[in-house]
Each structure stands twice: as C-alpha cells, then as structure tokens.
Design a protein around this ligand. Structure first.
Ligand SMILES: [Fe+2]
Ligand SMILES: [Fe+2]
Length: 243
C-alpha cells in the first residue's frame, strides 16, 4: 500500500493573526502533492462564529483531496459546535479508506479550552478501532495534544484524561494520532503509536523561530515517513520508521 496524508491544523480563520496568504499557499502546496487525505485537526475558526465557519468551509473546499475535519476548542466557543455540525458534519466519525481507517474524535468541551473524552468515548473508540487486517493502518484525529509538547511554556489543556486515551489507542494498535492545539510541531513515539502535534498552517500565533507549517505523512507497507513542511518554505525530514 501507498498512502499520503497532509496533516493541516489550527487555521483560526477570523482571528487577528489569521494569514490568508499562508493558507492559500498551503492549499496550493497540498493540492500539488495530491495526497489521499487532508486531515484537519481543529481550530478552524477563532471564536466559533458563523461568518468564520463560512469562510473556513470555503477554504477547506479548495483542497482537492478527501478531507476529514474535527473540531477544536476555538470552534466550540460561542456554541459554535452547532455550526461545526452544519458546515463540517459530526466530529466523531469513522472513515474507512481501504487499507486505512481514520477515526475522528471530538475532544472539546463547550466554551472551555480543556479537552476531555470520557469513558463512553473510550468504549466507542474500542468498538471503532477493532482491526480487520493486520496490514491496516489505524489513525485517530483528536484536537488536544495527548503528550506535553516542549517549548510551549506551562503545560495546560492537554486532554484531562490523556492517560486513558493513550492506553485505549495503544491497546487498539493505533499507528498514528494526529493532534493540533499547541501550534508547535512535534512528534512523540510511544510503543507503536506515533503522536504528531501539528503546528499552525496559517496564523501568527507561533513561538520564536517556529514557522507556519504542516506535516506530510507517507505510509507504505512497512514504513512511515514524517516530513515537516514550512508553508512557502523548506521541508525537513523528521522521522523515517521501518517496521
Ligand atoms: Fe489553535
Ligand atoms: Fe486549540
């Protein structure tokens, strides 16, 4: 199998720091790659307002590849979760893409920056993640980071129940967890699970010497290659794992 993913996150359309020219460049670059999937891991809007959702949806529609979108804490502000469903559908979703199964999970709490899944979602994840064939890749999308990200100051807003969620993913042999939220690109490997925290693709909400960026993830039968791509800039190989 050969499967290419662009992991793009934290657009924050409507915020003072939103950089539309970066998002347009990101979309063009991703379209040139012709990935099998564009995974968008939340914070598409700034405050969950409908005008922001309209704008964000128009941008997301410019990706030519299949997109899967989950909400972030900013999207559920101002009861924006109502608009999320209207514009992007159910946050909790299982998508069968042949050799790859993607499970999107909504970790948001209304008008709260913390993230939480809770026991009923672990049970739902357990049910959704039962592997059909050993060769399949299983990918989970969740906005809040599962493991602390270096260089982000005081640790906060990690999933409240990150330990239980990680245990659920590892027990179900999930290969990849794609997260957003901290605007600092980083990867952690925990047992056979690769956890990727994407940066922000198109906002000025970044820390020193961190550019607007996204991840390119290449899955082959026995390998996983992670490349960090600066929007409009260079790319850097982060990991090349052989199984
Ligand atoms: Fe964000
Ligand atoms: Fe966030």
């Amino acid at each position: 199998m050969d499967f290419l993913i662009a992991h793009v996150s934290d657009l924050h359309v409507g915020s003072a720091e939103f950089m539309p020219e970066k998002l347009e460049s990101c979309i063009d670059e991703v379209n040139d790659l012709s990935p099998d999937l564009v995974a968008l891991t939340g914070d598409l809007t700034s405050s969950g307002f409908e005008r922001e959702y309209k704008q964000a949806k128009a941008y997301v529609d410019k990706f030519k590849a299949k997109t899967i979108v989950i909400p972030g804490n900013h999207d559920t502000r101002s009861t924006g979760y109502i608009y999320f469903e209207e514009y992007f559908g159910e946050g909790n979703q299982v998508v069968d893409l042949g050799n790859v199964t993607v499970v999107g999970v909504d970790s948001t709490l209304p008008d709260n920056d913390e993230g939480y899944l809770g026991r009923s979602r672990y049970l739902w994840l357990n049910k959704s993640l039962s592997r059909v064939e050993e060769k399949d890749y299983q990918i989970v999308l969740v906005h809040h980071h599962l493991i602390p990200v270096p260089g982000t100051g005081m640790e906060r807003n990690e999933l409240i129940d990150a330990g239980d969620v990680l245990a659920t993913l590892v027990a179900n042999k999930v290969n990849l967890a794609l997260c957003g939220h901290r605007h600092v690109p980083y990867t952690w490997q925990l047992e056979n699970l690769m956890v990727i925290t994407s940066g922000t693709a198109c906002t000025g909400y970044v820390r020193a010497r961190i550019s607007q960026a996204y991840f390119i993830i290449s899955l082959k039968d026995k390998s996983m290659k992670l490349t960090l791509k600066e929007v409009g800039g260079k790319e850097k190989m982060i990991r090349n794992i052989k199984y």
